[in-house]
Design a protein. Structure first.
Length: 289
């Protein structure tokens, strides 16, 4: 982060802190996401999170050219999905933050601010490994001064698959992940309590906090960006970064270039190997219950 961006971030942080915060109320759970060319994966992602207690999805399409509209049609008709287009086809961390902020404003107007909003991507699956619904877990924070619940990534690799079988669910095929101690697992995404947060400046990882409100992990421990922890026990975010080798090489790499991610070939191969370290069937067990 360069100097002017650090200054801008600090100014917005100070500005947000001047507003009073509120106690968390019993609230519904929504999802906000920006996506591009995710048609093969949308239905599985939507159905999974509906089962986790998500009430509605607020989506921004970044000028996809696949058949996403056909996939979303029944969800749009049922009112489970709200959809609009991004302002342009370009994308980077700043534009992503701006588009998420647009969605958050739409949610606030439609639903009010006493709501939970999980800010996740289509390759991220939010759940409790013991099977408790995400929405029910969030009710534990009622009466507390919370801006967001931070959920750590759990990085999944390709499971050594050249390509995915389109006739099978993605989750049934991708079972190999990184060791729990992988440093990247200190990263993750927030579930915002909208009344206590002011959106984003760069990327979707941490919001500006209103007043004295805090960011916590799902186990209640306070989150600190200076000393991030890895907490997967209560809530986790399975991150299917690579999906298959084919998907990574034909789709993901191009998407990541828009965000300035240009890993060397060796570094990428080392990362793929690290993300194929061990098998994890936690999410599959959840789907069987």
């Amino acid at each position: 982060m360069d100097l002017w961006l650090k200054l801008l971030y600090k100014l917005k942080e100070i500005w947000a802190s001047l507003f009073s915060s509120v106690e968390v109320e019993k609230a519904p759970l929504f999802v906000a996401a920006v996506f591009k060319n995710e048609a093969p994966f949308l239905k599985e992602w939507l159905d999974f999170h509906l089962a986790q207690g998500v009430q509605q999805f607020y989506l921004a399409d970044n000028f996809s050219d696949d058949h996403y509209a056909k996939v979303l049609e029944p969800y749009l008709k049922s009112g489970q999905v709200y959809l609009h287009k991004t302002r342009s086809g370009a994308m980077n961390t700043r534009l992503q933050a701006q588009e998420l902020n647009r969605l958050l404003k739409v949610i606030a107007l439609a639903e009010g601010k006493h709501v939970w909003v999980a800010v996740i991507d289509i390759d991220e699956f939010l759940f409790n490994p013991a099977g408790e619904k995400a929405r029910a877990l969030l009710s534990r924070f009622k009466g507390q001064n919370i801006a967001a619940v931070f959920v750590n990534w759990l990085m999944f690799g390709t499971s050594n698959l050249a390509q995915l079988d389109a006739e099978k669910p993605m989750l049934s095929q991708l079972t190999w992940r990184a060791h729990a101690s992988l440093g990247e697992h200190k990263m993750g995404k927030p579930i915002l309590y909208l009344a206590n947060s002011f959106g984003f400046l760069e990327g979707p990882h941490l919001p500006f906090r209103r007043g004295a409100s805090k960011v916590v992990y799902a186990n209640g421990k306070e989150y600190s960006p200076k000393d991030p922890q890895i907490q997967h026990e209560v809530l986790r975010l399975n991150h299917y970064w690579y999906r298959s080798e084919e998907y990574y090489n034909t789709e993901k790499r191009e998407k990541r270039r828009a965000f300035g991610d240009r890993r060397s070939g060796k570094r990428e191969q080392d990362h793929i190997k690290a993300c194929n370290y061990e098998q994890d069937f936690s999410i599959q067990k959840l789907l069987k219950t």
